[in-house]
Design a protein around this ligand. Structure first.
Ligand code: SF4
Length: 307
């Protein structure tokens, strides 16, 4: 069977498989670690394996390669892109820097290596608030590339920041009318929202007026939250792949997607078949040129101080 074959190859080659929360269940079944971008980067930083198969999208595999210059990092399908990461280039960042010589650039982890290399900090949804709050007031800040996460940060911290006008086409589909419709159907459910969602700030301001306390969490935060919550039912506002992870780790509860069509086709490009081929043939290797990797590594390591 393919699954057993993957497990055998993994042992033989001293390989590790890291799978993002949005991956297909068949891929999660062979993974050593399942997590969000932050957790997987931390696993990539401490692994003793010789080969890392990154079951996720390209910028994530690049992050693993930046943190492990001596290891072979493979992605089962190099076409696994990201609409959000593609929305900003290093030239865009350098242009903002030219206009703000004293400025600080905070790049969400969903960016390509070239963008990380010209940023001061990398962040995830789990630590973005802490990082922005630690920047001395008076210094201009550019947050990129996710405008919804940027607006959420601005609303939470009250800080004036420049926000790049990028979005994830999947999370943009999760709008506040969709969440409100689900809340009306499932009045006893707790509402968990990833701040990348299109509804982020509207929900932050409007749902408390309906007597609700939505929780804004990274996908990893959602996993931790449902485990300890006494609630039996949750409305989940993020890519639907997280629901499989929630069911694995906190079974017996009901998870309702805020938007059934919030499916990332890039994540779903990675299949068990491609993971198998990737391990067997040791393809497709992700290499980041060392001059870019060195600068990007600095920005990522600054993030780990806030992890
Ligand atoms: S869900 Fe959105 S942000 Fe995440 S990989 Fe897909 S396109 Fe990129």
């Amino acid at each position: 069977m393919l699954k057993e074959e993957v497990l055998r190859l993994k042992r033989e080659k001293n390989a590790v498989i890291l799978a993002h929360n949005y991956q297909l269940p068949e891929v999660k079944d062979v993974a050593d670690f399942i997590g969000d971008s932050l957790n997987l980067s931390m696993e990539a930083a401490r692994t003793k394996a010789d080969i890392i198969v990154f079951a996720g999208v390209y910028f994530m595999a690049e992050t693993a390669a930046i943190l492990n210059p001596d290891k072979k990092v493979l992605i089962p399908d190099p076409g696994a892109g990201c609409s959000l990461a593609s929305s900003v280039s290093a030239a865009d960042v350098l242009e903002w820097r030219r206009r703000h010589p004293n400025g600080v650039v905070v790049a969400y982890i969903n960016t390509y290596a070239e963008v990380k290399a010209v940023s001061d900090y990398v962040c995830t949804s789990a630590n973005c608030l802490k990082i922005i709050e630690a920047i001395p007031s008076g210094r201009p800040v550019l947050f990129l590339p996710d405008k919804y996460l940027g607006l959420y940060i601005k609303a939470k911290t009250g800080r004036e920041i420049d926000i790049w006008d990028g979005e994830c086409h999947v999370h943009a589909k999760i709008t506040s009318p969709k969440i409100t419709a689900k809340i009306k159907l499932y009045r006893d459910a707790e509402v968990l929202i990833h701040p990348e969602c299109g509804c982020g700030t509207a929900c932050l301001l409007e749902l408390p007026k309906m007597g609700l306390s939505p929780k804004f969490l990274s996908t990893e935060g959602m996993v931790k939250y449902v485990k300890q919550s006494p609630a039996r039912r949750f409305i989940i506002a993020t890519e639907v792949g997280i629901i499989d992870r929630l069911e694995r780790e906190a079974p017996g509860k009901e998870y309702i997607p805020a938007a059934e069509d919030a499916i990332c086709e890039y994540m779903k490009l990675i299949t068990l078949d491609k993971v198998h081929r990737s391990l067997k043939e040791e393809i497709y290797r992700v290499v980041v040129p060392e001059d870019i990797a060195k600068k990007a590594r600095l920005a990522i390591e600054r993030m780990f101080e806030f992890a």
